[in-house]
Write a protein that binds this ligand. Sequence first.
Ligand SMILES: [Zn+2]
Length: 407
Amino acid sequence: MVSFWRVNVVGMILTYCYRLLPSKAQHRALEAIVEDQRQLYNAALEERVGAYRKAGLTRTYVDQCKALTEWRRSDPEAASFPLCLQRWTLKQLDEAYRGFFRRVKAGGKPGFPRFRGKARFDSFGFREFSGIGLDNGRLRFKGMPSGLRVHLHRPLPEGVPIRSCVFRRDVKGWKVGFAVEVATAPQRPCTRAVGVDLGISTFAALSDGGFVPSLKAARRAERGLRRANRALDRKTRGSRGRRKARLALARCHSKTARARLDHLHKASARLVRDYDAIAVEKLNVKGLARSALAKDVHDASWAKFVSILRYKAECAGTRLIEVDPYDTSQDCSGCGIKVLKGLSERLHECPHCGLAIDRDLNAARNILHRAGVGPGLPNVAGYGMRAGGNLVGESVPNCSRIYGTLH
Ligand SMILES: [Zn+2]
């Protein structure tokens, strides 16, 4: 599994995730480290809060790093784990503070960074990849008895150093994510462009008539979830049965999440493979999620989809263009005149030019039109050039076979 982290000037930082295969002793060591880091996190938070209350002082990440170095010098127990590991934890707290103040500034009502209980702390990491080594699929660092096996189901990109890494505990055990800087591909010449309209009944309608079906993972998992929830409710608090039932529920949720993510990865990979330029609507997910369709919107996970699409496009040299979503479903893609219709009307019928197509297809074509007006896309057909016909997408002969066809 690869996930997008951030884009910078030189290349792009991707995170490559792998399962860990710890021995029993190593499992105990992982648990011990995460507990140690939780205590460090809470202590650092206490120090920040205390310094401000008593003296009005703001303790920064740099201040705390300096204090950490001194502590490590004076107390041999403090130095039983690598420095970069402890710095990662301090940085997490720093990020929590920054996030809090950023949201305060933006006028929100964020919660202040909290002291973390055992159930609310399940990761640790290395701020830089130092004090840790990866050779022959084994991770070695201070505090870990012998080499920790990594299940390298896919190779890490060669010749580039690992920047940092994060260990995370989930319902299946432990996994590690390596942050690696990869080069982005040069932009491909644009011969195939597509407009993508993200929807609910179909996940995505394409401007050339293809579509990506919707998964509805949450709807499908509903029964299992209800059953797991009921089982949990019946168990006595603090019992072993309750712990098991809670785990079963967590597995149920994680299965749904994995199925959804798999769907998003496959759909985005196909789009990036088949097209040189992809146009999507700029999303306002917050507004949508508040509406009656909330559950379906979460299920469709459009924002996640666009973020996956973005990094995949960057890697493959495909252009991703985000366009103004205003009235894409109302305007006629043939003549440009607004044809008002309700949410339930599935067909777009234009009284002005006679165009009659599926409403999602009409929206997808509008999205493609809007992307085409920008510079650098000479191959995208002009607005309304060929009403009713396929646009540039025609040059992809197999697209309907791959995605199914929408009419
Ligand atoms: Zn029309």
